[in-house]
Design a protein around this ligand. Structure first.
Ligand code: ADP
Length: 176
């Protein structure tokens, strides 16, 4: 049931964060198909978004290589976190887009939402473990503990990438 699932998520998050911070996270470096990775990773969030009354569009530019090198499972984990946050912090009627572009032979994934946004002063600290902006505004049933972005950025860096954010309060958010 839901409480067992959320407990499992919490345990996995805490383990992932300790592993990656101890330099013990195993990251594979293998070819994978980006479109397949996105489809299988984001299908259930796509449904959740639509059930909440949000539009969710996903676009891959033609010049992005179909096959990329990296850890497809970890990339899915990052994107599930970013799109999950976009769904969580955007009210009905809002829009979420995921856009993959090519940049210097690497894939750049941009997740944009039209939701509540993040005040400028908090843009750095949201990547710290357990930091949540306006916890009281988030419905009980959508609880997280503020580990997703810390893990995601560590994972991205472990794959020699990174995560950056642009946002302001009330202005939506863009994570690259
Ligand atoms: P959690 O989602 O469990 O709270 P995260 O580490 O994923 O933890 O995010 C930390 C905080 O950053 C969130 O609690 C929220 O305040 C803010 N945040 C993250 N993504 C978004 C977004 N797309 N729009 C608005 N705020 C966001």
């Amino acid at each position: 049931d839901a409480s067992a699932r959320s407990l499992l998520t919490l345990i996995n998050d805490v383990l992932d964060l300790s592993k990656v911070e101890a330099g013990r996270m195993e990251i594979s470096d293998a070819p994978f198909d980006l479109a397949v990775c996105l489809q299988s990773g984001l299908a259930s969030l796509d449904l959740t978004a639509r059930q909440k009354g949000l539009s969710f569009r996903c676009q891959i530019d033609e010049d992005v290589p179909q096959s990329l090198l990296g850890d497809a499972g970890r990339l899915q984990q990052i994107l599930i976190n970013l799109v999950g946050n976009a769904v969580k912090f955007t009210d009905a009627g809002g829009r979420i887009t995921l856009h993959c572009a090519q940049s210097d032979g690497r894939a750049e994934v941009v997740v944009t939402d039209t939701g509540r946004g993040i005040p400028r002063g908090k843009l750095e600290s949201i990547f710290d473990p357990f930091v949540q902006v306006d916890r009281h505004l988030t419905p009980e049933r959508q609880q997280g503990v503020g580990l997703g972005l810390a893990i995601s950025r560590d994972l991205a860096r472990a794959m020699s990438g990174d995560i950056t954010v642009q946002s302001d309060a009330g202005k939506g958010a863009t994570f690259v």
